[in-house]
Write a protein that binds this ligand. Structure first.
Ligand code: NAP
Length: 400
């Protein structure tokens, strides 16, 4: 189905694996599947159709197989290259490691891509949400997410404390838990390469490397340096640095050039709020990206409306940005918008743009009609609150 030289070759009836997810996952997946199927039919009639293939993960997988992430699930995704998934539970501070992180690492889905675009009519805490149009590229396989951490007083934590004391003379308090934050030149370069390639293909204005390199010089600081390195080595014709912009071009980027900037993460958090129109494509390490993409989601309607995709060189898994929201499980209540929009990203990835447009238009119209789920209704005057499934039906009705 996929060849690197030719891009994806998509059959008219592609088999696409789905993971339903835990908590509210089944509700939002049911709604999403309905919207995707109807959009494809609306766009192409019976000529095209997605053949859904269930892949088990999370609580459902554990109930049926005794494993949280069966090897067969990874095989199914590897065979079909593309998958879509609902959220999966990860216990905090105990038990199994994150299945989401395991999936990203096993399939080497190194870029987490999160577009943040405002849909007119959505509630927002900022004054000019219409200025928000960014895409976050978050590194997915390195940084503190590698899972290299050891409990306080464990033999490994004690060993590392001793080693650091012995080798550097710098004390670490006894009884500390220890975590490692590895970040590599290889991992950074491929993520920044993905972000810049996207910026070029989509004629965007700028790429900003967001890091905390003033404090963590050899990880976050290196992310910044390696980012500039790959940009100038591989995209020199398309890129100008911010320094060039000011010194050589009088602050005005020549047509077709993308401005490469870098910002310290904390300053960037205020900039996305105060001057969102100056932010465009953002590339960042894993933890910064985790925080920042949720903050950005809040600016355009909340987690229920923020889509995402995890993309590598071989595979792509599309998924909602939010978690399982377990307190709303099986109530047909939560907003399926995030997973539906992730499905739209998937359709665009397949090249099925007409179907994607139907959903975007249907969603925009439904929001304008103020027929929305509870999370949006509670922030909008005069809104009609819809169940998860009814919101999906309203989007479909608005294809026309
Ligand atoms: P969460 O599930 O994202 O939910 C936090 C809050 O966000 C919810 O209580 C709800 O707010 C709002 N929310 C989330 N999804 C929504 C939706 N579709 N529509 C409307 N509002 C929505 O975060 P969490 O409670 O911290 O995490 C629960 C579990 O999910 C954890 O096990 C976590 O590890 C996991 N998780 C999985 C993923 C993933 O699979 N990729 C990502 C993040 C978290 P209100 O209560 O205000 O209504």
């Amino acid at each position: 189905m996929y060849s690197k030289e030719n891009g994806f070759v998509i059959p008219d009836h592609p088999k696409i694996p789905y993971i339903e997810g835990d908590g509210t996952g089944p509700d939002i997946w049911k709604a999403t599947r309905m919207v995707l199927n109807r959009a494809v039919f609306h766009a192409y009639g019976s000529r095209r159709k997605i053949v859904w293939v269930e892949a088990l993960a999370g609580e459902k997988a554990f109930r049926k197989t005794g494993t949280w992430l069966p090897a067969e699930t990874l095989e199914i995704i590897k065979n079909h290259r593309i998958a879509i998934k609902g959220p999966l539970t990860t216990p905090v501070g105990k038990g199994i490691r994150s299945i989401n992180v395991a999936l990203r690492q096993e399939l080497d889905l190194y870029g987490c891509v999160r577009p943040i675009v405002y849909i007119r009519g959505l509630p927002s805490p900022i004054r000019h949400p219409e200025k928000v149009d960014m895409v976050v590229f978050r590194e997915n396989t390195e940084d503190v997410y590698t899972g290299l951490e050891w409990e306080a007083d464990s033999p490994m934590a004690k060993k590392i404390i001793e080693l650091v004391q012995h080798e550097t003379g710098k004390p670490i308090r006894q009884g500390s838990g220890i975590g490692l934050k590895p970040m590599s030149r290889f991992g950074t370069r491929r993520l920044v390469r993905m972000a810049i390639s996207f910026a070029i293909e989509n004629r965007r204005k700028s790429v900003t490397l967001v890091h905390k390199g003033n404090i963590m010089k050899y990880t976050e600081g290196a992310f910044r340096n390696w980012g500039y390195e790959v940009a100038l080595e591989e995209f020199g014709e398309n890129i100008i640095t911010e320094e060039d912009l000011l010194n050589r071009y009088n602050g005005k980027a020549p047509a077709g050039k993308i401005v490469l900037k870098d910002r310290i993460a904390d300053a960037m958090f205020q900039q996305i709020l105060l001057r969102p129109d100056e932010c465009d494509i953002l590339a960042m390490p894993n933890l910064n990206g985790d925080y920042m993409s949720d903050a950005l989601a809040a600016m355009v309607g909340g987690l229920g409306m923020a889509p995402g995709a995890n993309i590598g060189d071989g595979y792509a898994v599309f998924e909602a940005t939010h978690g399982t929201a377990p307190k709303y499980a099986d109530q047909d209540k939560v907003n399926p918008g995030s997973l539906i929009l992730s499905g739209v990203m998937m359709l665009e990835f397949l090249g099925w743009k007409e179907a994607a447009v139907h959903i975007r238009k249907g969603l925009q119209k439904t929001v304008r009609q103020k027929r929305v789920t509870y999370d949006l209704a509670r922030q909008m005057n005069g809104a009609t609150e819809l169940k998860c499934s009814a919101f999906a039906s309203a989007i479909i009705d608005n294809f026309r």
